[in-house]
Design a protein around this ligand. Structure first.
Ligand SMILES: [Cu+2]
Length: 232
């Protein structure tokens, strides 16, 4: 029996997802992205068995997860007019993930890839031509970056009435700069820089990334806030 149109489409989209995820993982040296690519490959290898049910199930799970991370990243980076590569990566991966999920639930229309391709092209083009609120680090910011589920620094100092922190995310998946005690929760998608300004009584505060598993993996540190600027 020949595979159904949706299974054929799922197979093709999953191959694209595998190559795109692997290439992104290698280009960004991102272990989580490579793990995602491997999970997609497992789903592809399972597709020929049991009328594809197990493969469909695995691919649906992995691609729903990918879409859940990449769609908001795509929206955020388009909206903030981030660098071309860091708009194209989440938009492209989100489109592939959504297409894969649609095929995994049994919709095999050829219109799906066409619509996704057009949406991707339009979103990326819009992000690069429209004027907007592109966020960059500013003088005086406490500067942090995140790479391979690590903050660049685990001890920060800040002073003054207002503390500004800018975080650049060099990983494919989201990171946050979160201080529960101060209700600070800065969310940063792939390749982007985001800033947060807050006021805090002098003291020592713990910051961490609240993406599941990241705090446990060591993504945390302490910020000491003094009443006057530390450089003064
Ligand atoms: Cu994180």
């Amino acid at each position: 029996m020949a595979p159904s149109p949706s299974r054929q489409l799922l197979h093709r989209i999953a191959l694209v997802a595998f190559v795109a995820m692997l290439a992104t993982g290698i280009a960004m040296r991102d272990a989580e992205a490579i793990a995602f690519a491997v999970a997609v490959l497992v789903g592809i290898l399972l597709l020929p068995f049991r009328r594809g049910l197990l493969g469909r199930f695995v691919l649906a799970l992995v691609l729903v997860d990918a879409a859940a991370w990449m769609l908001p990243a795509a929206f955020s980076n388009v909206q903030h007019h981030d660098e071309l590569a860091y708009v194209a990566i989440p938009v492209g991966l989100a489109a592939v993930a959504v297409g894969g999920v649609v095929a995994a639930v049994g919709i095999g229309s050829r219109l799906v890839p066409l619509l996704l391709l057009l949406t991707t092209a339009a979103s990326v083009a819009y992000s690069q031509v429209a004027a907007g609120d592109h966020v960059t680090r500013r003088a005086g910011d406490v500067a942090l970056s995140a790479k391979n589920v690590r903050f660049s620094r685990d001890a920060l100092e800040a002073g003054g009435d207002h503390v500004s922190v800018s975080l650049r995310n060099r990983d494919l998946f989201w990171h946050t700069f979160t201080i529960d005690a101060l209700h600070v929760d800065l969310r940063v998608p792939v390749g982007a820089t985001r800033r947060v300004t807050f006021s805090a009584p002098a003291g020592t505060y713990t910051y961490y990334c609240r993406i599941p598993g990241h705090d446990v993996a060591g993504m945390n540190g302490q910020i000491v806030v003094t009443s006057s600027s530390p450089s003064a």
